[in-house]
Design a protein around this ligand. Structure first.
Ligand code: COA
Length: 394
């Protein structure tokens, strides 16, 4: 197997719903990220053999084959292909894992894996909600009778699944809110100390009010939130304890990593920043749905022959507070090393973008701290989870 390395990694700052990125076209946003990614290491884009892009809601300007359109928009050669990957919230981490596998096998030497989602324009389920067949009938929903048998005919959405997890692991509303408060406090500290500066690509954007600005700061971090404010928020999704405060907000963003075989990076004189140690993917209960990171973490650590204590940095997606908390009860991590710069509750979770965004953040945090191993994992709709371990290289 070829050694697979990350040579460049970049992300946009994350925009709040109807915020700084909401006026952009998805292809233009991703084009800027792809251009920034290669320009940072002065790579001729003709070297890029394919672009694997995580995007969940593949409609409108996020439809067709987003990375192909974005690559040509970015001025990459006409020969640059692209492919979209959809594993719901695990899409762009899966794009990284697929690209890494292809390089490891020797099929490719130089690939981009990326993610992009503008949830302000394309809400979850927009690709099927209200869709009509050619004859005018409703197009239907993706969950057929065979799948619904598993849920007893009941439709469980993400928020309800998050509450089921809180109930199963005995997590109180106070614990969820305390975790969420810490996410904001850590993200606020990271912003204040400029920890995200190297990973964020500043973008010229036009705000909804027509003003032009340079966008380079995550928009949903609330340094002034408190347990009292969080306690005052009303439950959502028909639950008792899930609120806008302990869920990830609707957001927009894009990110990308440049992957190469170690031999190719050396041939081009590029500095490898991390190697991909191994990856895994798990399936879990489709009703409780968001518990996948537990088996995915167990699997990826076993494959790597490493323990959770050997991870210097862990990025687990905070889709809702019960997910990392239940995972923590099973895996017993050092919480100082879990989402040290906050997570999706504070920073947002543009679904197709998040896996790649977490990888970009994990790499930069390993570089900042001098840590060795980093792990990334996310829960997904449908009860799955990818996971990846990287090792920083000097
Ligand atoms: C949870 C959710 C429904 C909330 O939507 P919303 O009500 O439109 O959320 P908002 O961001 O407008 O927040 C609602 C209110 O809570 C307040 N709020 C949210 N977080 C807060 C915090 N940490 N501290 C204080 N106030 C907060 C907001 O200011 C807002 O108050 P306002 O109405 O006075 O302006 C939405 O964010 C969501 O769907 N999240 C999950 C997305 C998802 O499923 N992703 C996939 C995961 S698997």
């Amino acid at each position: 197997m070829n050694e697979v390395v990350i040579v460049s990694a970049v992300r946009t700052a994350i925009g709040r719903r109807n915020g700084a990125l909401s006026g952009m076209r998805a292809d233009d946003l991703l084009a800027k990220v792809l251009r920034g990614l290669v320009d940072r290491v002065k790579l001729d884009p003709a070297q890029v053999e394919d672009i694997y892009c995580g995007v969940v809601t593949q409609v409108g300007e996020q439809g067709f084959v987003l990375p192909r359109i974005a690559a040509l928009t970015a001025g990459f050669p006409l020969e640059t292909p692209g492919i979209t990957v959809n594993r719901q919230c695990g899409s762009s981490l899966t794009a990284i894992n697929l690209a890494a596998g292809s390089i490891a096998a020797g099929y490719h030497d130089c690939l981009i894996a990326c993610g992009c989602e503008i949830m302000s324009k394309f809400p979850i389920a927009a690709e099927w909600f209200g869709l009509k067949l050619a004859d005018g009938r409703e197009a239907g929903i993706p969950w057929g009778p065979g799948y619904m048998k598993l849920t007893g005919g009941q439709f469980v959405d993400q928020g309800q699944a998050a509450e089921m997890i809180a109930d199963k692991w005995g997590l109180s509303k106070e614990e969820l809110d305390a975790f969420s408060l810490r996410s904001h406090q850590r993200a606020a500290r990271a912003v204040e100390e400029g920890r995200f500066k190297r990973e964020i690509l500043p973008l010229e954007v036009t705000l909804p009010d027509g003003q032009k600005t340079c966008f380079e700061r995550d928009e949903t971090v609330r340094p002034d939130t408190s347990m009292e404010k969080l306690a005052s928020l009303k439950p959502v999704f028909g639950t008792r304890i899930i609120t806008a405060g302990n869920a990830s907000p609707i957001t927009d963003g894009a990110s990308a990593v440049l992957l190469m075989s170690l031999a190719k990076a050396r041939e081009l004189g590029l500095q490898p920043r991390a190697r991909l140690v191994t990856c895994a993917v798990a399936g879990a209960d489709p009703v409780m749905m968001l518990t996948g990171p537990i088996p995915a973490t167990q699997k990826v650590l076993k494959k790597a022959g490493l323990s959770i204590k050997e991870m210097d940095e862990i990025e687990i997606n905070e889709a809702f507070a019960p997910i990392p908390l239940a995972w923590g009860k099973e895996l017993n991590p050092d919480w100082e090393k879990v989402n040290p710069n906050g997570g999706a509750i504070a920073l947002g979770h543009p679904v197709g973008n998040s896996g790649c965004r977490l990888t970009v953040t994990c790499l930069h945090e390993l570089e900042r701290t001098g840590g060795r191993y980093g792990m990334i994992t996310l829960c997904t709709g449908g009860g799955m989870a990818p996971a990846t371990i990287i090792e920083r290289m000097d």
